[in-house]
Design a protein around this ligand. Structure first.
Ligand SMILES: [Zn+2]
Length: 146
């Protein structure tokens, strides 16, 4: 192996898809056939010192995955439903936080009336109340700890 092969060029506007299992970008999907059934894997390719490494994340049976892929471009509900937990709590949190931002933007994009916008505000107000309650609990617990 010469290691001179260059990665395929991609459009700058089109980010690589995000792996629903580990939250990293993946290069492409691969299907493996085992015992008459097909399973889908996200392939993470990287290069270190001219050496190409490939890591595979198992995504599930191919049949059940088509619907999820359709929503993959904006990471809709199927994206979250298909997602396994991140490798660490921090990773999972970061991914969910990013998802939260995207879903708010997606709701705003779809909102057409004042009523729609009011609906978004109600959901966000509820969320804000829940967050403030958790913050107050955390602060009280910190004050009471030795
Ligand atoms: Zn992955």
């Amino acid at each position: 192996m010469s290691g001179t092969e260059r990665g395929r060029r991609r459009s700058k506007r089109e980010p690589r898809p995000i792996c629903p299992r580990c939250g990293r970008e993946y290069s492409h999907l691969e299907t493996r056939r085992v015992g008459g059934r097909e399973y889908l894997y996200a392939v993470h390719e990287s290069r270190a010192g001219g050496r190409r490494t490939r890591e595979f994340c198992y995504l599930g049976p191919k049949d059940g995955y088509a619907a999820g892929l359709a929503a993959h471009s904006w990471r809709g509900a199927p994206w979250l439903a298909l997602s396994a937990m991140g490798a660490t709590r921090e990773e999972e949190f970061r991914r969910r936080l990013e998802y939260l931002g995207e879903i708010v933007r997606a709701a705003l994009d779809a909102a057409a009336t004042e009523e729609d916008l009011g609906g978004i505000l109600r959901v966000l107000d509820d969320a804000r109340s829940a967050i403030e309650a958790r913050l107050a609990e955390a602060r009280a617990a910190r004050r009471n700890s030795p």
